[in-house]
Design a protein around this ligand. Structure first.
Ligand SMILES: [Zn+2]
Length: 167
């Protein structure tokens, strides 16, 4: 029955670690304060840099220049950094932190439009998809292989996959 004392010291250790980690957290806050009193331009520059890197990374992945696992790792890293910078900027601007994720996505999307849009692929004036037409298409073609189907077909004539009921 030496479990309890052991547990006690384990908890103590955890407490100690948390206590020791506090200065790090406080230092982080201090850098924000420093940014608050100083020039925010380096932050903006850093943000642009990071977002640019993210876009470049996505392009590299699209053309198959980097393996998927490298992309995942690099992307997570860049995004975390960008989020940290944006969080700091937001604090300076008094914005809420809950919209950070949405904002970085918007920024990346905007950059992507500015920069590396191959014409035709994601053209801004592409036709708005008509929900009704889309629904009709879904009903008239196999969702699996794209073969045309007739009303009442329970299974795709081409690939044999079960089809949703029409109507
Ligand atoms: Zn099919």
């Amino acid at each position: 029955m030496e479990l309890l004392p052991l547990l006690g010291s384990a908890l103590l250790l955890i407490g100690l670690v948390l206590y020791l980690a506090r200065p790090l957290l406080l230092a982080n806050a201090a850098s924000t304060v420093a940014a608050q009193s100083g020039d925010v331009r380096p932050l903006y520059e850093r943000k642009e840099q990071l977002l640019g890197a993210i876009v470049e990374l996505e392009l590299d992945r699209e053309i198959g220049k980097i393996p998927a696992e490298d992309f995942q790792r690099n992307f997570a890293q860049l995004e975390a950094e960008a989020l940290a910078v944006i969080a700091e900027l937001d604090q300076l601007n008094g914005a809420g932190s809950d919209e950070l994720e949405r904002r970085i996505e918007a920024e990346v999307a905007a950059l992507r439009q500015q920069g590396a849009d191959p014409p035709g692929e994601l053209a801004p004036d592409r036709q708005e998809s008509d929900p009704a037409a889309e629904k009709a298409l879904q009903h008239n073609f196999c969702a699996n292989c794209g073969a045309p189907r007739r009303d009442g077909d329970r299974f795709c004539p081409q690939c044999g996959v079960a089809l949703a009921e029409t109507g």
